[in-house]
Design a protein around this ligand. Structure first.
Ligand code: FES
Length: 610
């Protein structure tokens, strides 16, 4: 066996330098150096997204997967897949913009109606009498008596971690302290005037949205979105769970990455508020899909990955923040909203909690579109929900020139005859096409007769050409990119998009049919999530994913899961409501629906059903 060697490596244009072992792929090294290289397949060599260019230095032999993923021209120019390339000497590497996953457009806004604050954690100021030889009561008992005697707050426990600092904090503050009480437990004691804050987290597969909230007023003090760092282990939850299943080291890394990212996020949120620190955080609420929930709690996932896709835990959970590694007040808790089923988690419940679709008179269709799309139909006082494996096309992944919604991503496209107009995020030079852009293109190709109902690219349009024996549509040509590779949509991309739209369309059709409803019966269609917010509804209707019902029935509502998490953070009543909802939602596992395959195949055709 060859001896392990270490080399110097530099990644350009970011100028990040470090060391690489000869046994480490360039992707693994990039992760270690905290570089967000896109790796949709988690390093399996199948997605072709982790492209880098070797500028200087010798690397391992080209592998079969790279020959499949890269064109001859790219290979000649030094392009390689980072997950399949190993160093043989010191290296200088270039990372093209489209291989970097950050920064993304991360949506944190979401509509939330007025919530009556009904705090889970109460701040209680107490003034205690100092002990003496004639009053030698224990410090804990003194606090219990003060809380009950002065405020009628009956407590039966003090957080175990708090006990080690309780005596000194009370003496240092001359026996005038603020106690934070959660149910009947004292979770922190500090000097008077300390604020009581909480953090609501929407833990998504691609992004994490965090909200710092004043627990006494319910006011959102600061909000921020960051990319989920687990992306370097795979774009979708299945890839990540498979990584966690084969390697306990990866399972731990997946959890640690999220916890570290949450700690950084909380610190940055606190920095936006004068004098606030993470030690003022008394409570967290986390909502996420079932897989994210299990990965962060290190719950077993074997039974979640294979049929019948069973969650290890469905009920709501309260765990100490410190047990997860989160920096917060001494005895702070993290509340996890319940899961509905294997692929419908607390984030969907939080979305329902925020939008309260049951208050609409007629039937409501609610969708949270993403890699995993959750769909609910709310009608006659009942809620039915299912999840569709729509895949990462909505995030721009699995599409040859797809990128996530970052600066320079093409997000809107219009075709008029031979002319094509596009818009990029922040009006930057185009780097690729993000989810809303690819679905716009699909719709525009269909409307302009460039593809037929089966999705076949027709020859004849000046932007349709053949490259490497594949037909493709040129969105931005090489000339416009000043010699850079053209941005195109290939026939394979169109197939991928058809599968994504068919998955959602089939899910919606099955749910409505199951309730005996037609699309025209639907009073309101709620579209949540970043993709649901930025997509052009007319495009989604043109391709047939949703039906042509009056436009005013559609609502694009932003990050409603985050809004629901905030509601569950500041109100015990809302928290009880979301817990009740979990029992009330009827979960349908698509794999058990007999007509799913037929419905799915029918939904692959583009355009409204005729
Ligand atoms: S091909 Fe390298 S991460 Fe997918």
């Amino acid at each position: 066996m060859d001896e392990e060697r270490r080399y110097h490596i530099e990644f350009q244009p970011l100028g990040i330098r470090g060391e690489i072992s000869s046994e480490q792929s360039l992707l693994e090294c990039a992760r270690e150096l905290q570089l967000d290289l896109i790796s949709v397949c988690g390093g399996a060599g199948t997605c072709g997204k982790c492209r880098i260019r070797v500028i200087k230095g010798a690397v391992s032999e080209l592998q079969n997967e790279e020959q499949d993923a890269l064109s001859r021209d790219e290979i000649q120019r030094g392009f390689r897949l980072a997950c399949r390339t190993y160093a043989k000497e010191n290296l200088l590497i270039e990372i093209p913009a489209e291989s970097l996953s950050a920064p993304q457009r991360l949506q944190v806004e979401g509509s939330i109606g007025p919530i009556r604050v009904d705090p889970i954690v109460r701040k209680v100021d107490v003034s205690l009498t100092a002990p003496s030889l004639s009053d030698a009561e224990g410090d804990d008992e003194r606090l219990y008596q003060g809380l009950e005697g002065q405020h009628g707050v009956l407590c039966t426990a003090i957080d175990r971690g708090l006990l080690s600092s309780l005596s000194s904090v009370m003496r240092k503050n001359d026996w005038h302290v603020s106690a934070k009480v959660r149910a009947s437990e004292v979770i922190s004691v500090s000097s008077r005037g300390n604020r009581s804050m909480g953090v609501a987290i929407d833990l998504g597969t691609t992004k994490i949205a965090g909200y710092l909230v004043d627990l006494e007023t319910g006011q959102t003090l600061a909000a921020k979105g960051v990319a989920n760092p687990q992306i370097s282990y795979g774009e979708d939850v299945i890839a990540r769970m498979n990584r966690a299943l084969v390697s306990s080291k990866d399972a731990l890394a997946l959890q640690t990455l999220v916890v570290d990212s949450l700690n950084t996020l909380c610190k940055e949120l606190c920095q936006q508020i004068p004098d606030a620190t993470p030690s003022d955080i008394d409570e967290f609420v986390i909502v996420g899909n079932t897989a994210m929930h299990h990965l962060v709690l290190r719950l077993p996932i074997e039974q979640l990955v294979g049929a019948p896709y069973i969650p290890a835990v469905k009920r709501a959970m309260d765990v100490k923040a410190r047990d997860l590694g989160l920096v917060a007040a001494t005895g702070a808790y993290v509340h996890f909203v319940p899961n509905v089923g294997g692929f419908v988690g607390g984030d969907h419940l939080a979305m329902l909690l925020a939008t309260k679709p049951w208050e609409t008179r007629g039937p409501v269709l609610a969708l949270d579109i993403g890699t995993n799309t959750e769909v609910s139909v709310i009608a006659d006082g009942q809620i039915s929900a299912l999840a569709c494996a729509s895949g990462p096309a909505f995030e721009g992944a699995h599409i040859s020139c797809g990128v996530r919604a970052a600066s320079g991503a093409i997000d809107h496209v219009r075709i008029e005859g031979e002319k094509l107009n596009y818009h990029t995020i922040q009006n930057r030079e185009p780097i690729g096409i993000c989810g809303s852009g690819v679905f716009d293109i699909l719709a525009q190709l269909f409307i302009n007769g460039i593809i037929n109902r089966n999705g076949r690219l027709e020859a004849g349009h000046p932007r349709v050409r053949v490259r490497d024996s594949r037909r493709e549509f040129v969105v931005v040509g090489e000339d416009e990119r000043k010699g850079g590779p053209a941005i195109t949509v290939t026939q394979d991309d169109i197939r991928e998009l058809q599968l994504a739209k068919a998955a959602i369309q089939a899910g919606v059709t099955i749910l409505l049919k199951e309730k005996g409803l037609s699309h025209q019966d639907v009073e309101k269609v709620i579209l949540a999530g970043a993709f649901g917010t930025y997509l052009d509804i007319s495009s989604i209707i043109a391709i047939g994913m949703l039906r042509a019902i009056p436009m005013e029935r559609y609502r694009q509502i932003g990050n409603a899961a985050g809004a629901g998490a905030r509601a569950a953070l500041v109100s015990a009543r809302e928290r009880a409501e979301v817990t009740r909802l979990a029992k009330h939602v009827r979960y349908i596992e698509l794999a058990t629906v007999a007509e799913f395959n037929k419905t799915f195949i029918e939904a692959i055709a583009i355009g409204q059903e005729v």
